[in-house]
Design a protein around this ligand. Structure first.
Ligand code: TMP
Length: 254
């Protein structure tokens, strides 16, 4: 039997060679890191939940015409995705002040922003993913002005749609991070949404109590990480099969 090839191992996911040309298998680990790997732990069941939540959100977005890398979920921890050339940027959208914006600009967490704000970070672990501007992005060729324009347009659509979707589930979409890739089809290239959308890369607060239902529970040692992610899945109506109808939290599947 041939062992499948690892293409890349990141902090929370592993990418394996796909089953068909032009595809990749994205495996969701239970590992969690914060502060660029300074804080590390394993949170049993997180990968299963993120796989399901990301599948659901990517599928909903595809339904409104947002192109994504997602093909289909394969099992509890894996999904088949299209092979793309990842653009080395993290695109962060903020609707409410929190996290690094609150720290950097001295704005109290929870303050509604006058409008949604998009920020860019250069994906580079050894530099701690520094904040960069459109000028840096185009000058250094990380993305062309056209790529950037496509990314911004998609980001605005994603934010509008997901804000409404989460609000319908009693959740405030405070901020989130997106990644994009270049998908080549014959001689044509288009920008598609890549990576994952899950409580690992969104800030999600209960709309009434502002209770945190996202990775800040891990970053800030608040506990109840899996319970919070399960709550998000439950409210979206997508609890994994193994935990449906139970209140015990997800069952570990290796
Ligand atoms: P920040 O407030 O720490 O800049 O984070 C903004 C949003 O982006 C938050 O929802 C978490 C997400 N994010 C990631 O997914 N990966 C990262 O490396 C960083 C810095 C933030």
């Amino acid at each position: 039997m041939k062992r499948r090839r690892v293409i890349y191992e990141g902090k929370a996911k592993i990418l394996y060679e796909g089953t068909e040309p032009g595809t990749v298998i994205q495996y969701f680990k239970d590992d969690a890191t914060a502060g660029n790997g300074a804080k590390k732990d394993t949170i049993e069941g997180k990968g299963v939940l993120n796989n399901r939540i990301s599948e659901y959100l990517m599928t909903q977005l595809a339904g409104i015409g947002v192109p994504t890398h997602f093909v289909r979920r394969l099992n509890m921890r894996e999904q088949l995705i299209k092979e793309v050339e990842i653009i080395p940027l993290e695109v962060v959208v903020r609707n409410v002040a929190a996290g690094s914006m609150s720290k950097r600009l001295g704005i109290e967490e929870g303050t509604a922003l006058p409008r949604s704000i998009i920020e860019y970070y250069y994906k580079n672990d050894s530099l701690n993913d520094p904040w960069v501007s459109e000028e840096h992005i185009t000058a250094f060729g990380w993305a062309s002005p056209q790529d950037l324009d496509d990314m911004v347009n998609l980001t605005i659509r994603v934010n509008d749609f997901l804000s409404g979707l989460f609000l319908g589930a009693g959740i405030k979409l405070v901020d989130f991070k997106l990644e994009f890739g270049r998908l080549w089809e014959n001689d044509y290239m288009r920008i598609v949404l890549a990576d994952e959308i899950s409580p690992d890369n969104c800030r999600l607060w209960d709309v009434n109590s502002n209770e945190k239902l996202d990775k800040d529970r891990f970053r800030r040692d608040m506990g109840g990480v899996v319970e919070a992610y399960s709550e998000v899945a439950k409210r979206l109506g997508i609890m994994p099969e193994s935990v449906q109808g139970e209140n015990k939290g997800p069952v570990l599947v290796k």
